[in-house]
Design a protein around this ligand. Sequence first.
Ligand code: ADP
Length: 459
Amino acid sequence: MFKRILIANRGEIALRIIRAARSMGIETVCVYSTADADGPWLEHADESICIGQGPSSDSYLRIDRIISAAEITNAEAIHPGYGFLAENAHFAEVCRDCEMTFIGPSPEAMGRLGDKVSCKKLARAAGTPVFPGSDGAIEEIDEAVEVAQEIGYPVIVKASAGGGGRGMRIARDEQQLIEGIESARQEAASAFGDGTVYIEKFLEAARHFEVQVIGDSHGNAVHLFERDCSSQRRHQKLIEEAPAPGVDPARRDAVAESAAELIRRAEYCGAATVEFLMDRNQDFFMLEVNTRVQVEHPVSELITGVDIVREQIRVAAGQPLSITQSDLSVNGHAIECRINAEDPDRNFMPQAGLIETFSAPGGPGVRLDSHARTGYRIPPNYDSMIGKLIVHGETRDDAIARMRQALDEFQIGPIRTTIPLHRRLMDQREFVEADFDIHYIERLLKKEEQAATTDVAGV
Ligand code: ADP
């Protein structure tokens, strides 16, 4: 096992990795930017090293400086966390060239699953359900028109190298399809340097369903069941839960097993998430594979008892997974709320600045993964997520009750956070009854906004 690992990340995930490493007797080195010099997580690392200025292009994205930091501090491996360089195959390759273990998949496996066209091909072979659509990249417009007629409109044009929702166009007829392909190609070429696009059936109302998987370098792969992340705003997840409410267990198991088979075929070592959309008939369609640990991994940890970050480190060191599929079962229900320093009443405006009050919730079944505390100054440079509140209960109703109580206890000020929004959502019929799709929060916010304007007009 490694003696020392370097963490190429910041905030709550840096702290999460420190905790996993410590529990395994592994020392940690954190790299940080000048904007994070007071980052509370740095106090828990064995060593910290500044690698540049606040903008991530000058620090957390600087491969040369991160590798140098690892060499200077005698780290044997690098954990990339999520975001920044986590899904950068070039970074994984540089690590390998420098004889540094990348705690994640090989650059080849990352490429096979990270490119959407090649991933879809592998998925078909593994029996993972995919969207009906073009078999591969679209070369000629005629070909796209033909496929669209076959699968029926609406269709969606997507970039093979896509990410962050860019390079996507919805087409409801042939005219829109022709225009969509052209503009998606251009957008993808300038955003990703690769203008390859493909088309698939577009689902109007669906739930976001994803399967947590982990593979090792001995050909083993298991799934840790699924998460439902339908509670989103602008494709950003706000609430995640496990298991997915109301899904037939036999269908769930079949799709989860197909996800494990997909990473087995990709010769994938590490944690990954296979994302799907699920329609009203509980049919599944794969969206993409994320080749890293995800923000929402704790809900899967709480229902399975597996420490996912620990498994990542184990398999990166060449050890076999500590669990087999038959060891795993679903225990209870877990919900996570992302606590963002954003003002939900002002169009989710990011809030930087000093936290004067930070009073954390607690009690049975409550977990808080956060790097924030009283006296912490949130820098303006990074993602606005300052923590994740995760609860576990015997049933989904128990978990919701626990989450309400925890949110009531949680005090952060004077900066605004998403806590009050989460508290309202925990009382919404759509959430409580799991009668939702990926657009329900946006519909609710719109309704609330309309009600507020009518109130004002009424006065
Ligand atoms: P990205 O990598 O850019 O995030 P994804 O493939 O994950 O792209 O898609 C992002 C979002 O776009 C999904 O979460 C979903 O809301 C929507 N989407 C993508 N493909 C489809 C589809 N075929 N039908 C309906 N919605 C889709």
